[in-house]
Design a protein around this ligand. Sequence first.
Ligand code: SAH
Ligand code: SF4
Ligand code: F3S
Length: 453
Amino acid sequence: MAKHLYIKTFGCQMNERDSEIIEQLLARSGYVLVDGPETADLVLVNTCSIRDKAEQKVYSLLGQLAPLKKENSRLKIGVIGCVAQQEGEKICKRAPYVDLVVGTQQIYRIPSMLDRLVGGETSREIDTDLKSSFTIPAFQRLLKGQSPSPAPVEFRKFVTIMQGCNNYCSYCVVPSTRGREISRPVVDILEEVGILIDQGVKEITLLGQNVNSYGQTNPVDDHSVSFADLLHAVAGVPGLERLRFTTSNPKDLSKELIDCFAEIDILCPHFHLPVQSGSNTILQKMNRKYSRESYLEKVAALRMARPDIALATDIIVGFPGESDDDFSRTMDLLETVRFHGSFSFKYSDRPNTRSADFPDKVPESVKKERLQRFQARQDQISLEWNATYVDTVQEVMVESTTEGKARGRTATNHIVHFPDTGGLCPGETVDVQITHAGRHSLQGEMLTTDVTC
Ligand code: SAH
Ligand code: SF4
Ligand code: F3S
């Protein structure tokens, strides 16, 4: 009889990809995914620790799951991801009904840990080892022999190209929750991309916390492969239609990578380049290792290489010591670059980070006001950018269709809503004339008539 698996995933795309891999690994042990915890035999909470009160959120969710164990004695509860890595067995002290705690680099061990738990060999399994000699297993080989998933194949997938981060930005938990940076061998990445394309995937996003330093920390000896080389290699896999990547630290953004935007057709003109602050004083305290000026130079070079490029960023407001003047430099940077969109956050202290001990913490009310000011201006700028697409024709890759309404994405990563006039399929690319622009999406009419689905 099939066993039921429910996974709740928080955090970044890396966690999403990890959840997918775990789902596939567990499918071999007879687990099928369900969309709620009520009927589950195994609940996994894949956690994120990047901001705010991540730990409290996890404990409160676990508290909600606890009663289910009383109703179903077979139910196992596991905590994985960055909070699991950070808290380890502390989780079981506060939530004794948790059976499994698995750190970010041990997810491939989940099936064997579960076998021991279910077989009654152990009553609890914890592994948060962050091995220094860790290599990302070629998971596609682990999965060999598995029958194709009965779930509809998605046409967009993430591929993790590196783990961890060596940058130690002073506010960031990632180096402690994901460990040292390590790149996957090119051959494994290309194999995974090839398998995904054979399964019907058309768009790949390469994932890493700092993809620009890909290849500098490679376990097999191909240090000569830069991220730009990897992009060219992946773009050469037959059948791939769109290629994206995330995230990039501006300090490592090379000319070679900027040139890729001019050279690689299928590399989408959309770049997420987190700047965090417009003030050099704050950037220095953040340990970002670039200046406002060098960031602006790179933005200019990117726009030269690919004039239609849509730039997005991340901003932290209220970093310790951020004065009104520092914040006005962030606002001024927004006016200068005019990002298409941004993710902006109030600074929060995180465990094991240097900035948690910095003086001059900014009061919550000031952080809130700065965040609102930034977001209000960003919304106006996003709307102004979106309006420039009205009356243009965009190639839109369809993501979903329901009741005659289609939703898709432009190469620049703008969401487009348009009427589905004839049986469109997810993954299909059609021409859409843009008719209206909103702050967060565009609307249009489909021009393509010979849809393939
Ligand atoms: N690797 C990426 C960032 C990953 S974390 C980079 O180097 O840019 C995603 C975003 O969360 C960061 O860009 C930052 O804006 C935000 N963030 C990280 N730590 C934070 C903290 N302590 N407080 C508030 N925001 C934070
Ligand atoms: Fe965190 Fe900085 Fe690494 Fe990004 S580059 S993951 S912000 S330490
Ligand atoms: Fe969160 Fe860990 Fe990703 S802290 S942002 S899930 S790397």
